[in-house]
Write a protein that binds this ligand. Structure first.
Ligand code: AGP
Length: 610
């Protein structure tokens, strides 16, 4: 949700922290702040983006030890007072936090009774006073005071703190929110994710839940929850700076839409062999027997990842004849979980840090189910906690609206379904060769769509100020309709709904008149006739029909007022193509409306709190 960065070394910390916060701004961007130690504690913070914080920094904020934060508010509205870092009573301690302290009210009351005063509405400020209350008792060990304080905390946190009495260290701890250490030459960094440290080091250490670390410029120690010193593995980062820059595009979202041919080629590379009709997925080879004998598959995810899970349901049931249920992770964790031995859960997450998906994973694991992950961010918590899994290799996705991660997730689910179908002999080698052969063509077919965006640009210019949109699709195209609607909602703030086309008659058809743009996805042969009758029903109510269809689908083209043609492919693979014009439509409409495409209001790239 929020982004945390810290630096200790010989260089000026504030510049490095500001750079890092800018890279993490997609995580939250309603306020920002930093603290440096230079003999004493210096803090600058306020409502607004990191750029406005940068303007506030003066030479007096020089210092070679510091921490910074970019916020996505959970407790207390975005304003100067509630922005981080938060300080202790005596102005020596500064702390930044990503997560939610659930019992902060109880702790606040207890501390107020002890004479501590509070200036903000945040849960985080309670942590600073709690740590200080332990330092009152023993001022010799900052880490110990933090450990004692965290023992009293319920909730999730990724925290970093500095204290002017301990100018040679930064203390960090995590439970539920991601944190990593960047190991440099004579300097150390900390961050919520690797993109903030990639410019300074390619060596990172991922902290796990319950761990606390003390970092100094030349060394670091990491302890487990029960205070055992750990020797943590140092991971080599595969991220290049170029990958996390905009590469000449106006927005990360547009760059990531146009990166899909490469992202899917990377996702397929070394995994499919069309000649032999085989799929190799190293991350799940070892559990195929359990997958083949699975009673059922439960897919759990959130947002766009939930939509790719819905496509996965169609794929697994059609290709591998295994019953699949798709759950909103946030609902799964609080309903009666009839899951256990013999069941397989697949959790899908781009960031690998989404709190509800992580909780669903842990719930399923604790009940004996095998949990597989389909994840993008390497080394993320979900990737590390699943029993096995497949990385989607889409590269860093920085635009808050997920695009290439969706198509890469669907590509991985397609490969998994083909592999399982081959294992279960529900598809034969000939079918597999045809499927894999066609899958290998998808990157080039997406390239073809991206070569001509004029049609979709023209449509977006016409409907940029439509108050509502409706998206309709059948079968594999239904999840695509949901995804198209979500993209438009997220970045243009236009109300939009996706619906199974036949379901329209049971209510939403009442919304249709000459003001309602209706996007119909008609690119699956086995439901084309039915789609045509649904388009007729929309046309009869004067809806403005925008058809996403294949070349030569005359009936649909004749019925539609506007169309965007995508190359033909097998029905099971059609979501990988039909979603592209919908991503572009939402993008161009959002740009026309002057919206902040990469950092839409009220949203954050990875939702690490419930
Ligand atoms: C999609 O554009 C959104 N950013 C959001 O719905 C996202 O898909 C959801 O928060 C899940 O994120 P994850 O894939 O990182 O778990």
């Amino acid at each position: 949700m929020c982004g945390i960065v810290g630096y200790i070394g010989d260089q000026q910390a504030s510049k490095i922290i500001i750079d890092g916060l800018k890279r993490l701004e997609y995580r939250g961007y309603d306020s920002a702040g930093l603290a440096v130690i230079n003999g004493e504690l210096k803090i600058k913070k306020g409502k607004g983006k990191v750029a406005s914080l940068e303007k506030m920094i003066t030479p007096s904020e020089n210092g070679t030890v510091g921490i910074g934060h970019t916020r996505w508010a959970t407790h207390g509205e975005p304003n100067d007072i509630n922005s981080h870092p938060h300080t202790g009573q005596n102005g020596k301690l500064a702390l930044v936090h990503n997560g939610i302290i659930e019992n902060y009210n109880t702790l606040k009351k207890k501390l107020s009774d002890q004479g501590y005063t509070f200036y903000s509405e945040t849960d985080t400020e309670v942590l600073t006073k709690l740590i200080e209350s332990f330092l009152e008792k023993d001022a010799s060990d900052l880490k110990k005071a933090v450990q004692l304080a965290l023992h009293q905390v319920n909730g999730t946190y990724g925290i970093a703190l500095v204290h002017s009495d301990f100018p040679d260290q930064i203390v960090v701890a995590r439970k539920g929110s991601p944190l990593l250490l960047g190991v440099g030459e004579g300097e150390m960094l900390i961050a919520s994710d690797a993109s903030a440290v990639a410019a300074y080091t390619d060596k990172v250490i991922y902290l796990d839940d319950g761990e606390i670390a003390v970092i100094r410029k030349d060394d670091y120690t990491v302890e487990s929850a029960d205070q055992i010193e750990l020797s943590k593995e140092i991971h080599e980062l595969a991220l290049s700076l170029e990958e996390i820059e905009k590469g000449g595009y106006d927005h990360f979202m547009l760059k990531e839409i146009f990166e899909q041919p490469k992202a899917l080629s990377d996702c397929l590379r070394g995994r499919i062999n069309a000649e032999e009709g085989t799929v190799t997925l190293g991350g799940i080879e070892g559990i195929m027997d359990q997958l083949v004998n699975a009673r059922r598959i439960i897919i759990a995810a959130c947002g766009t990842s939930w939509h790719s899970g819905l496509v996965g349901e169609y794929l697994f049931e059609y290709l591998a004849k295994v019953p699949v249920e798709v759950e909103y992770a946030s609902e799964f964790r609080y309903k009666e979980q009839l899951i256990g031995e013999g069941d397989v859960m697949i959790v899908i997450s781009q960031s690998g840090e989404t709190a509800d998906t992580l909780a669903a994973l842990r719930e399923a694991k604790s009940r004996g189910a095998l949990v597989l992950g389909v994840v993008n961010v390497v080394g993320s918590t979900i990737a590390r906690e699943t029993d096995a899994g497949v990385y989607i290799h889409a590269g860093p996705e920085i635009g808050v609206a997920s695009t290439k991660a969706f198509t890469a997730q669907v590509t991985v689910l397609t490969m998994m379904a083909i592999k399982l179908g081959l294992y279960k002999k529900t598809i034969d080698n000939k079918e597999a060769k045809k499927l894999i052969g066609e899958l290998a063509q998808i990157p080039a077919k997406i390239e073809e769509i991206l070569e001509s965006t004029d049609e979709i640009k023209e449509i977006s210019n016409l409907f940029s100020y439509a108050p509502n949109f409706l998206y309709l699709g059948r079968s594999y195209s239904f999840p695509v309709a949901l995804e198209g609607a979500l993209k438009l909602k997220e970045i243009s703030y236009i109300h939009a709904e996706g619906y199974p086309a036949a379901e329209m008659k049971h209510g939403p058809i009442a919304l249709i008149d000459e003001m309602m743009p209706v996007v119909v996805i008609a690119a699956t042969q086995h439901t084309n006739d039915k789609m045509i009758s649904n388009i007729e029903e929309v046309r009869a109510r004067k809806g403005r029909i925008i058809a996403i269809t294949n070349p030569g689908n005359e009936e649909v083209e004749d019925l539609a007022e506007f169309k965007s043609i995508v190359p033909e492919t097998m029905d099971v693979l059609s979501p990988l193509l039909t979603v592209i014009p919908l991503q572009l439509l939402s993008y161009y409409i959002a740009v026309n409306r002057g919206c902040n495409v990469d950092q839409p209001r009220n949203l954050a790239k990875s939702v690490t709190v419930e």
